[in-house]
Design a protein around this ligand. Structure first.
Ligand SMILES: *Cc1c(COP(=O)(O)O)cnc(C)c1O
Length: 363
């Protein structure tokens, strides 16, 4: 029988998205005005347990808007993990601030809060922490540092919609939480992003910067150099349909994670993230650590199974090159693989992936 290709991530869309998007098109409101934008923002804020949400055109602009709203600028420093997707660091550069990298812990791939304090200087304005691969980072420790040192916390939640930390949804804990709705995220609008916050003053600033810096009182009067970072009504329509199904998606993904663990969990060559009490992860991408990682990726590729290597630590790439070593980040980066992670995978697909991984390990 012919093997079908198993992609690493594929969105799951059905009649609901079609219905809402069609409604948006029929209404004529296809740009950044129209009823779905407010609806999606309100429902998303409610889902996160935050007072407000500001939609935008992608997750990178969400991070940029957050830093702009907090007044972070040239001469400031922002602390972030080096082990993250490039957008986290780029947003800091966009406002002219300096990214200050911190290594991850040994136990999981998130920022090590113990290493944050030694990096704080009088120029430090914020910690931009990342809940990487659906795993919430140590927010209690991070919020404690933020309070004692009087610095802001922005959460990059692009990979962790719906994850919880001591009962609170990620994004609702720091000053601003930023989300992405790119096609491979837990819910998608094609391209899209959102910032959530409890502070109305930050909402006003983010809305200002999103809309070319235009005054709300005086049309075509611009108080600031802003951006066009608006989400369209069609995207918001798709997003609303996706949001209505997010719990269902997360349940399916949890079942998939359990299947991967059932088939691979007892192999000594493979490590999974170890679940902790009071931390509810979301399986954005089913992730494992192995040796001979690149060989495994190539082996699976020949068997028509698409996977992804973990990110390169940001400090190892040309725009951010530093001499400092971040050993844990480098180890995670070398050993990590994201396995096929679409919500619409079947149990058979997962079984096939696991059988192939096992046969690779036997070689
Ligand atoms: C996807 C992602 C982003 C950026 O989102 P885009 O919508 O692609 O701009 C930012 N941070 C992390 C950790 C991501 O995974």
């Amino acid at each position: 029988m012919e093997r079908k290709n198993i992609p690493v991530a594929e969105p799951m869309l059905d009649n609901k998205e079609l219905e809402y998007a069609t409604d948006a098109i029929k209404s004529g409101w296809i740009s950044s005005k129209g009823s779905y934008i407010k609806k999606f923002e309100e429902k998303f804020a409610e889902y996160c347990g935050s007072n407000y949400a500001v939609s935008c055109n992608n997750g990178t602009s969400a991070l940029h808007l957050a830093l702009l709203a907090l007044g972070i600028k040239r001469g400031d420093e922002v602390i972030l993990p080096t082990f993250t997707y490039i957008a986290t660091a780029n947003a800091i550069r966009y406002v002219g601030a300096k990214p200050i990298f911190v290594d991850t812990k040994k136990e999981d791939w998130n920022i090590n809060p113990k290493k944050i304090e030694s990096k704080i200087t009088p120029k430090t304005k914020a910690i931009l922490c990342v809940h990487l691969y659906g795993v919430p980072c140590d927010m209690n420790q991070i919020m404690d540092i933020s309070k004692r040192k009087n610095i802001f916390v922005v959460e990059d939640c692009a990979e962790a919609h719906g994850a919880k930390y001591f009962g609170k949804k990620v994004g609702s804990i720091g000053d601003i939480g930023c989300f992405s709705f790119f096609g491979n995220k837990i819910i998608t609008t094609g391209e899209g992003g959102m910032c959530v916050t409890n502070r109305k003053d930050l909402v006003d600033k983010m809305e200002l910067f999103r809309n070319q810096g235009m005054s709300k009182e005086r049309r075509y009067w611009h108080d600031e150099v802003g951006y066009n970072y608006r989400m369209t009504n069609i995207q918001a329509a798709i997003g609303l349909a996706q949001l209505e199904k997010i719990e269902h998606f997360l349940n399916i993904r949890k079942e998939h994670e359990d299947l991967y663990k059932k088939f691979l969990g007892n192999l000594k060559e493979i490590e999974f993230y170890k679940e902790k009490e009071n931390i509810n992860t979301v399986p954005w991408m089913h992730s494992i650590l192995v040796n001979k990682r690149d060989e495994l990726i190539n082996f699976l590729k020949k068997r028509l199974i698409e996977t992804r290597p973990f990110f390169f630590p940001v400090h190892t790439m040309p725009p951010y090159l530093t001499k400092e070593n971040f050993p844990n980040s480098e180890i995670f980066s070398q050993r990590g693989i994201n396995l096929p992670s679409s919500t619409n995978l079947s149990e058979k697909d997962i079984q096939r992936v696991c059988e192939d991984i096992k046969s690779f390990l036997k070689k």
